[in-house]
Every structure is written in C-alpha cells, then in structure tokens.
Design a protein around this ligand. Structure first.
Ligand code: GLA
Length: 727
C-alpha cells in the first residue's frame, strides 16, 4: 500500500481507488505531488513545476522567497516566505514566529502510530509511513504520520512534535493535515447550524482568499462541524471528484481552504483556532489528533461511504458497532423534569407491552433538579421523585424485561449545588473575573484529576447501585473564561480520560454521547460511544436535513434518532406517525414520548415498527448508504436539487438485500407520480419489493436505470419504506 521510489525521492500511498504522492525535493523540502485516482508508482516530479517560470528551483538563493510562496508544501511552515496559511508555526521567547522543516529520515512499517491519550483509528491490516523533519535552529522535530487501512479509500494523517532543542518554544499552530491541490475548480461543502438546527449542508464555489470554519467553543459545536469536502462543480452524489476532510477530535478546530495567486488550493484541518498557544518545553512532545482524508472519483456518496467504513471498522470500539442495539424509550420529551416513580412506571409498563426494550431516564433524577437551574454535580437520586433511590424503579423496569439507562451531565456544575458550595474552585474560571453562566451552569475543570475523580466516585456509586446498561453522557454548554492559553485542549484531554475510564470499567454499557443535541457530533466521540444524539430537534422534516448533513461524514448507525409526538416540541409541525418512524430509521431508532398519551392507532403501529427495525437495522449498521434525494432548500447545497422529496437506500455489502425509504416532503396538486432511480444494487440480480401494498420484481439494472415509480401521495411528509430482497 505504501511505496518509496528512491530515485525520484517519492512516497506513494495507495488505497483501492486512490493514490497520494509526496516528493522529497532538493534541500529536504517535502512537497505534495499528487492526490487523485489511483496511478501506478512512477516518477511524478515534473508535476511540481520546479523548472517552470516564474517558479524557481529551490537552489536559487536569490529568489528563494518566490519558491517558498508557491511550492506545494506538505506541512507548510510560517514566517519564511510562504504567505499562504501555515500548518506549523513556532514562536520564540521574543514572539518571533518562524520555522523551516527539512527532511531527516523516514520509515515504512506495518501497523500505525497512535496519538497518545486521545481518540484514534485502530486495528489490523494497515501500513504506515512516518517522515521525520527538523527545524534546525530550534531543534524541534516533527514526525508526519500517514496510515492506510486495507480496502478503505482513506488516508489518516497526524503529526508528533518534539522539542529536542535546548530552549522552550511556543507552538502557535500544529495542524493535523494540509494539502496543496493543483487547481482552483472547487466548491466547498461544509456544515453550519445552531442548537436544534445542526448540520445544514452548504455548497459554495471557492473564491480567491481564505474560507474558514472553526470552533473556539471547547466543543466541535452546533455551529460548524469538523468536516468539509472540496468537490468539482459538476460533482453529484454519484459522479465526480470529491475530497473529504475530517478530524478525530471533539474540541476546538479550524478547517480552511485558500485559493492562491496561482489558482491553486490549499486545504487544511487542525484541532485549534488562531488563539492557540502551547508551551513546548525542551524534551516535551505534542501529538496532533488524526485527520482523515478521503478522495472519491465517484461522487459525494462514495466519499461518505469511505468515512462510514473507516469509522465503523477502525474507530468505534464498542461491541455495539456490529451487534443489535435495544430499541429505547427516553422520557425527556415525555415528562421533562416533571416526573415521579409512579409516572415513570406507567410509561415503562406501556412501553414494555409494546415491545420497547430499554427505558432511559433523562435529566431530573438527581439532587433537587426540578428545572435546569440547579444540582449538576450532585449525582444522588432525588428521594422526593424516586423514594428509595433508583433501585425500586430499575427493579420494576427489569422485572418487565426491559433494560435501564440513565442520563448524566458529568462535565458540569451548577452554582446552586452542594458540589459548588463545597468546591467553588472546581469550576473553570479566571481568578478575579466573574464566570459567565450558560443554562445556569458552569463547566467543571476537567484538566484537574481531583475534579474528575470527584465526579467519577459519584458516578461509580450510581452505576454500581443498579443494573444500568445504557448511559447518555450530555454536555450542555460551551467554555468561557479559559484560565490559560491552550486550556481547551487540556479540558478535552480530561474529558477523553473520563470517557476512557467509563468504557474501560463498564465495557458492556451502551454509551450515547450528547451535547445539547448535536454539539459534539464528531468522530472523536465515536471512539467512545457508538451513537451520538444528533439534535434536540425531533421534527421528521427537519431531521431529514440534519441526518443528511450528518451522514456526509458520520456513519448513519451513529445518528441518535427518535420518534416523538406531534405537534412537534421544536417546530409545532404535525407529521404522520409512520413517517416519523421511517425517518428515525435513518439512525439508531427509538422513541421519546409518553406512550400512554398516544392514540390507539399510533400505539398499534409500534410493535410492527420495532419488528421492522430489527429486520433492517443490520443494513443501516453494516450496509452502504446511497443518498437519492436532497432535502435542503433549493439554494446553495441543493441548487440543482428538488427539495420536495427525500430518498435513500441502504444496501448490504453483498447486495443481496436493501431497504429503500422515500419521503414526499410537500404534496403538489395534479402532479405525476415520481420516478426515483435506486443505486448500489446488483444490476444483474432480480429484487422483490412492495410499495404501498403492491408487490413487484425488477432487475437491479431496471431499478437503477429506469427507477421505481412512487405514487403522488396525499399530504405532506408522507412516506414509503420497502425492503428489496435479491431472488
Ligand atoms: C440536552 C439534551 C436533551 C436532554 C436535555 C436534558 O438538551 O440534548 O436530549 O437530555 O439536555 O436537560
């Protein structure tokens, strides 16, 4: 998978359909040479244009600056004539910023380097390349790590920095990856959003200058996601080139693309913002998180499927990535804070009757938490609501044959809590400055071990007190008043340590991470939790967009997705119960409502929905997703699309079965039936399927080239779901 052509000084990483090539040029510069469709190893150095006017050879000392400002550097350095965005920047004690990395040595080996104490890809069947470089004046060594896994079109990059010099330096920037692409014919797909409106996809042409998205919030955020793709203007879901980038990290990040004076594109991703400063004292080391780079010549869909496969096979560690997960019911939208033992039991009894398998008790069970104004940090059951603690409730629930799950928000502390009264210093803050509240809470200083231990002891007591088989780990605010430069990185490492402790000591617990909906919906969290609550917006129509956006880089089986009541609590919209379930099946599938309040008709649909889910969930978990529609408004990302419907199909790896879902978002009067071309099937096989009671058999070729006919359905948000069985 990795070759080195000594004569040409060329490293080549090959994945099934792509090649990534680097060249060791004169004077030890490492230059990016090619990234695209797979090509046989050969000398590609003329692509570097080293003899092309106005470019000049690096040996030409007189014009070195013009070389520095146009050469395609693999890990560009600040302060020495490359005025594009740097990937690496060091600062000395006077605040002077410059560095100049030159090649020292390299190593190609089986296995991979794992960044220490942070989430990373893992597993057998991989090969790696390490290239060591040095900034001679400071003695700082940088090792660039590259890994490819067998059978997956993805390249994993990270960097380790080691101060081997005799003076401390400050790290101003250390991105995980930077790539210089040779032209400017790109559009950028990125994700923006807000609370309850996460992961809205946007697609806009690159223009000269810099286009950047970032988070300095201490979380990957609702507002932007650590993902972007550069695609050709003609690229669609199934055709054309797409270059995707993401980061295995849950905190601050920057992603950017810069279109340069020579109409080339520099694309970068790293786990920090411009405010980052890190003291790299002598003999200390620093690992960047891993970036994942995916090239697809077959559209945006194939790019997403490469991310999905890599993350399912080599990032998620939980056994639940391949096994059936229980269908849950969560009481948040059913009761909010207003519950007691009797009410919970009534909901649980009805849920058990309908075949729901896991009961999740959300916020409000601890301290004196009747609203979100207090008690975070006091993880003891509220005897007023739960006399005798959790045990009577869990006994009742397990007695009904259901599992039990519990909500925690372990990173937070309410000013009105016993923990804060005893330890006000546990909250993140700057001495002499008031702390900013958000949702009436402060953030615990997770960079401190004693603080983490204090929370851990409380959590452990609860986990050992009752049969808890699921945890929802929430995080409902952003960082403010960070006490020192680089703090948010230390904070994130502390969170990862706690999560590591949890999954190591309680490996059988199904963990669902959450952050005020989807503010930490990122690959970093996947390392610990196989599913992540995607949004507090459970409206089926809005979920089409949120889930489509999320699936651009995250596996659909990781998308926490529930059926809730109508009028929807976030939008007031009324949609059919059946469609709410069909949409929630693009994800984990569960319920978040009071089953006792449903109509008889709705209640009657639940056992069938659960049975259907169990028959198709393997396809959602292990199959390939093909997005066939685009629910975004007809602007930006969906310029050429029809936002009146959405459709998708999950196809098993052997193409023997599939599940197809179609949603008519808006009904139109006097409209013809709609023809949807399926994808991903075996063209030569026949498939049996049923649409609205009508059985049919068609070949894969027919279904993909001629399509299926969907009747004009009566009303908005009507939907159809069918399995397709190969005959
Ligand atoms: C966050 C979560 C919700 C719910 C509430 C409880 O907003 O996203 O699902 O758990 O907190 O306070």
């Amino acid at each position: 998978m990795i070759t080195y052509l000594e004569e040409a000084g060329q490293f080549q990483l090959d994945t099934p359909n792509a090649s990534y090539v680097l060249t060791l040029a004169d004077e030890g510069y490492l230059l990016h040479t090619y990234w695209g469709k797979r090509i046989a190893p050969q000398d590609l150095s003329d692509l570097l244009r080293l003899n092309d006017p106005p470019f000049v050879p690096s040996k030409n000392e007189r014009e070195r600056a013009s070389f520095m400002d146009c050469a395609p550097f693999e890990y560009p350095c600040a302060g020495i004539g490359d005025y594009r965005e740097a990937a690496f920047c060091l600062q000395n004690e006077h605040g002077a910023r410059a560095c100049d990395l030159r090649y020292v040595s390299h190593r190609i080996y089986n296995g991979k380097y794992n960044p220490r104490a942070i989430p990373h890809t893992w597993g057998n069947g991989c090969e790696s390349l390490d290239i060591k470089m040095i900034d001679a004046p400071t003695g700082v060594e940088v090792t660039l790590h590259y890994t490819v896994f067998e059978g997956i079109d993805a390249i994993i990059r990270s960097a380790t920095l080691e101060n081997c010099g005799d003076r401390d330096v400050t790290l101003v920037r250390a991105f995980s990856a930077s790539v210089d692409l040779d032209d400017d014919r790109f559009e950028m797909i990125s994700l923006y959003g807000s609370w309850a409106r996460e992961r809205q996809a946007e697609r806009l042409p690159l223009r000269h200058g810099k286009q950047r998205l970032d988070s300095g919030r201490g979380e990957s955020s609702h507002q932007y996601s650590p993902f972007f793709a550069l695609v050709r203007p003609e690229t669609t879901e199934q055709q054309g080139e797409a270059y995707g980038f993401t980061l295995i990290w849950s905190g601050d990040f920057t992603l950017q693309a810069e279109l340069t004076q020579f109409c080339q594109t520099r694309a970068q991703i790293g786990a920090q913002t411009d405010d980052f400063l890190w003291r790299l004292s002598t003999e200390s080391e620093f690992d960047t998180p891993e970036a994942v780079l995916v090239y697809s010549a077959e559209g945006i869909g194939a790019m997403s499927r490469s991310f999905h496969k890599l993350f399912s096979d080599h990032l998620i560690r939980s056994d639940y990535r391949y096994i059936e997960r229980p269908v849950l019911i969560n009481n948040w939208e059913a009761t909010y804070f207003d519950f007691n033992l009797e009410k919970l039991k009534t909901i649980a009894d009805e849920a058990a009757k309908l075949g729901i398998e896991l009961f999740v008790l959300d916020d409000g069970w601890f301290g004196r938490r009747d609203s979100d104004n207090c008690s975070l940090g006091d993880w003891t059951p509220d005897e007023r609501k739960l006399p005798g603690g959790l045990k009577p409730l869990t006994d009742h629930i397990t007695g009904k044959g259901m599992q039990f799950g519990l909500w925690f928000e372990p990173e937070m502390i309410s000013p009105d809590s016993d923990l804060f009264r005893a330890h006000p210093d546990y909250a993140v803050g700057i001495e002499g400055r008031a702390r900013t509240q958000s949702r009436a809470q402060y953030v615990l200083d997770y960079s401190r071990r004693d603080v983490r231990d204090a929370v851990w002891e409380q959590m452990k007591k609860i986990l050992d007190s009752a049969p808890i088989s699921y945890i929802k780990w929430d995080m409902n605010r952003q960082l403010t008043e960070e006490p020192y430069a680089g703090y948010s990185l230390e904070y994130m490492r502390g969170v990862y340590q706690m999560l590591e402790r949890l999954v190591t000591e309680y490996p059988d617990i199904l963990l669902e991470s959450c952050s005020g909906g989807g503010a930490r919906f990122d690959p970093g969290m996947l390392y610990y939790s196989p599913q992540i609550w995607a949004s507090d917006d459970t409206d089926a129509k809005e979920r089409l967009r949120i889930q489509h956006g999320a699936s651009l880089f995250m596996p659909p089986a990781a998308i926490g997705s529930h059926v809730s009541v109508c009028p929807n609590h976030a939008t007031g919209r009324v949609t059919p119960f059946e469609t709410r379930a069909n949409v929630a099946m693009f994800g984990t599938f569960g319920y978040e409502l009071d089953v006792t309040q449903l109509s008889e008709d709705e209640r009657a649909q639940i056992p069938e929905q659960i049975a259907r889910w169990h028959s198709i969930s393997r396809l959602v978990r292990d199959g390939c997703l093909w997005r066939l529609g685009n629910p975004f408004r007809p602007s930006g990302y969906a310029a050429q699309q029809n936002a009146d419907y959405d459709a998708w199909i999950f196809v098993s790896a052997d193409k023997s079965e599939a599940v197809f879902t179609y949603v008519q978002i808006t009904a139109e009067a006097n409209m013809k039936s709609r023809r949807i071309l399926l994808a991903g099937l075996d063209p030569d096989a026949d498939y049996a399927y049923t649409i609205r009671g009508t059985e049919d058999i068609k070949s894969g070729a027919y279904l993909m080239q001629c399509g299926v006919m969907l009747p004009n359905l009566w009303g908005d948000m009507q939907s159809v779901q069918t399995t397709l069985q190969k005959l």
